[in-house]
Each structure stands twice: as structure tokens, then as C-alpha cells.
Design a protein around this ligand. Structure first.
Ligand code: ATP
Length: 368
């Protein structure tokens, strides 16, 4: 697995604008703690949704979904290390050159917005794995560090990815420390993931080693997104995107509320047929297709029922959705990050560069 987002690849550096020629060593937010040789790390990717059909909320308030999750080549990392301080402690740094680092440098993201306390998804994930074994945080002394790269509250499930990585790291820690006799069965870890959030079970699969039987980097999610059917591919689904992060976050519940209100007023259509179009599956699973063919099959069939509600909450996003170099622009998940589907990786690289030169937070990427 690669560690860096596309924006941080060395070949991009000559094209960086002056505002990006920033020395991260000047700012402690870019510093990682010194780890012991016992430290273990897991890389956690971001995701976009290539299909997101949202039904009417059930009595418990949750919306049934049919979605296609697709992990992208944009990684953050969670590192678990032993410490002599009982309990679970958290720290966070930003990955230089990542979208979230760009947002921070432009004053568009405040790391203090991610509370490093027991409300953090990483803390909650670790505590949930402990609770599975009737343990409490005071039974261990574990330091968890988040090296953040994915925009926060961006619709790319960065927090969910951290939670998924932490589930795996904590289970491994308990096993290595002899606190459990064998690793927790995947089904139990999956249930813990679902208890933390609808995107966490997919991220759990995407954080596994690629040779693990449950590994998936693309999957159809139903239920609230937690029932997953991996999409089996003959060739790597080679699709190129530019991700454009916003200078603000969007609250997922607020976007779902906007959808419900809009539907109640007849502004947005009902969900109708929620199934994944055959073309979307073909673009992902077809044999021997090049990027351009896949992209042109996919482009007209991307669906996101949360797009109009997200645009209603943040109308300024609309103008960013169309670009002459992209076959299709759409909001990722509940937004505000925009995914521009490019005909191929070369076009994506040029487009990302142009958008960065225009002052936007943009990075080219491919599906995992
Ligand atoms: P999704 O696509 O799953 O709705 P998102 O990408 O929109 O998620 P996240 O970045 O996962 O949003 O985080 C949403 C909120 O969760 C943020 O407002 C943040 O304060 C809180 N949060 C808690 N833990 C974390 C974490 N480890 N990383 C990021 N955000 C976290």
C-alpha cells in the first residue's frame, strides 16, 4: 500500500505554487511523536460513493441506503504504541502535502476541531474493542496517534477510516500483550465497526491486508451501509478522479435533514429505484477496459441523493461541479468534497494542478 496522497508525490513539487513552498518542520502540527519499536501502524484510505440512493427514514431515524463505496488512493495512518501511562491517550499530526494540510495552511481547517478525547472515533473504537473483552481503558497503556491526510467532515469518511484502523490495532495490541488468547473473530470486529458508524464496516474491510478474505476496496453497501457485498473485479478498476476539498466541513446529519425536509416539501424526488445501475457495475468490473472507456460508461450513471441537499446547505459548491476537463463532477457522500471524474490519470493530474493554481484544495487520485 502506498502512504502518500497524490498531492504529495515528488513529481508534483516543481508545480507547487509559492504558498505551498512551506516548510512543515516549522510547525509542530506536522510532527509525529517518537515511536517505540513496539509501535504498529495501519493505513486508512478515504472513500467516495459512486452511487448513493437514500430511502425514507425508518422509525429509528436511520435512512436505508444502497451505495457503492470506493476507497481511493489517499491515506491517513493510525499508529498504536505502548506507553507507561495507563489508559488510552491520543495525539494527531497532519501529513504534509495532504488535502487537510493544505486546508490548515490556508486557515481553512483548525485541528482543534478534532477533539483528542473520549469523543474521538479513535478513542471510541479502542474502548469498544476493550469492552468486547470486558476490559476498560485503565487495563491497558496505549497511545494512539492519528496522522491525518483526509479532509475532516468532508464526506470521505476519514474519521470512520481511523476508527476501522484502530479496531484492528487495538485487537492486535490486546493479543500481543497477552490480554486475549486469540484475535477477535472478524464478525465481532465487524459488529463493533457497525456500532461506531455506518461507514466503519466498509473501512474495516478497506484497512485489512489485501490478501485477507474479508478485504474489499469497492463494495455495495445496504442497510445503513453496513451490509456489504464486495465488488469482485477482474482488472483493477482503473478510474481517475480529482478530489476538491472545501474550506469548510459539512455535518452529515444536517445534509440528511435537508434531504428529508426537501422531500417533504416535494423539492427533491423520492428515492424510487434504489438499485445500483448495471453500467456502474460494468465500469468497475469490465474486463480489459482502459480508463477512458470505464470513465465514459460510469459518468452518466453516478447518483448521489445527498448532492442537492448538500448544495442547498452550501450553494457555493455548485459552480465547482462542472469542469471542461472532467466527464462528471459529483459530491462525495454527504459532502462537501467534490469528486471530478477524469478521462484518465494524465488528465486528472493536469486538472488537479490547474485547480491548485487557482487556489483550490485539489488532489488527483485513483480508486484503490
Ligand atoms: P462520513 O463521510 O463518514 O460522513 P466525514 O468524512 O464527513 O464522514 P469525518 O471526517 O469522518 O467526516 O468526521 C466527522 C466528525 O467526526 C468531525 O466533525 C470530527 O470532529 C469528528 N471526529 C471524531 N473523531 C474523528 C477522527 N478521528 N477524525 C476525524 N474526525 C473525527
Amino acid at each position: 500500500m502506498s502512504t502518500a496522497s497524490a498531492a504529495s508525490s515528488p513529481e508534483m513539487e516543481p508545480n507547487m505554487t509559492a504558498s505551498r513552498a512551506f516548510d512543515p518542520s516549522d510547525d509542530p502540527i506536522f510532527e509525529e511523536p517518537v515511536f517505540t519499536p513496539e509501535a504498529r501502524f495501519i493505513q486508512a484510505p478515504g472513500k467516495i460513493n459512486l452511487h448513493l440512493a437514500v430511502g425514507e427514514p425508518a422509525e429509528n431515524g436511520y435512512h436505508p441506503l444502497v451505495t457503492v463505496f470506493a476507497a481511493v488512493e489517499m491515506w491517513e495512518e493510525v499508529i498504536a504504541d505502548v506507553t507507561n501511562k495507563p489508559g488510552i491517550t491520543l495525539t494527531m499530526s497532519l501529513v504534509a502535502g495532504s488535502l487537510v494540510a493544505d486546508q490548515y495552511q490556508a486557515g481553512a481547517f483548525d485541528p482543534a476541531d478534532v477533539a483528542l478525547d473520549e469523543t474521538n472515533l479513535v478513542y471510541r473504537a479502542a474502548a469498544a474493542v476493550l469492552a468486547e473483552h470486558k476490559l476498560v481503558p485503565e487495563d491497558i497503556a496505549l497511545h494512539l496517534h492519528i496522522a491525518k491526510a483526509i479532509p475532516v467532515a468532508g464526506g470521505m469518511a476519514g474519521g470512520s477510516a481511523d476508527a476501522a484502523a484502530t479496531i484492528l490495532l487495538t485487537d492486535n495490541h490486546l493479543y500481543e500483550a497477552g490480554l486475549i488468547d486469540e484475535p477477535t473473530p472478524f464478525e465481532r470486529l465487524d459488529a463493533i465497526a457497525a456500532s461506531l458508524g455506518a461507514d466503519v464496516p466498509f473501512m474495516l474491510r478497506a484497512c485489512l491486508d489485501a490478501d485477507h478474505p474479508e478485504y474489499a476496496s469497492i463494495a455495495v453497501g445496504t442497510g445503513v451501509g453496513e451490509k456489504l457485498e464486495p465488488i469482485k473485479r477482474h482488472d483493477k478498476a482503473d478510474l481517475a478522479f480529482v478530489l476538491v476539498a472545501a474550506p469548510f466541513g459539512l455535518s452529515t446529519p444536517a445534509v440528511f435533514r435537508a434531504l428529508d425536509e426537501g422531500r417533504a416539501q416535494g423539492v427533491y424526488p423520492e428515492a424510487g429505484d434504489m438499485s445500483v445501475p448495471e453500467e456502474v457495475l460494468r465500469a468497475l468490473t469490465g474486463k480489459g477496459m482502459n480508463q477512458q472507456v470505464r470513465a465514459s460508461i460510469l459518468a452518466p450513471h453516478v447518483r448521489n441523493d445527498l448532492q442537492e441537499p448538500a448544495l442547498n446547505v452550501r450553494p457555493e459548491l455548485r459552480e465547482r461541479l462542472s469542469n471542461p476537463l472532467a466527464l462528471r463532477g459529483f459530491i462525495s457522500g454527504s459532502g462537501p468534497t467534490i469528486a471530478l471524474l477524469a478521462p484518465n490519470s494524465a488528465a486528472a493530474m493536469i486538472l488537479a494542478m490547474e485547480l491548485r493554481e487557482a487556489g483550490l484544495f485539489a488532489a488527483d487520485t485513483t480508486l484503490l
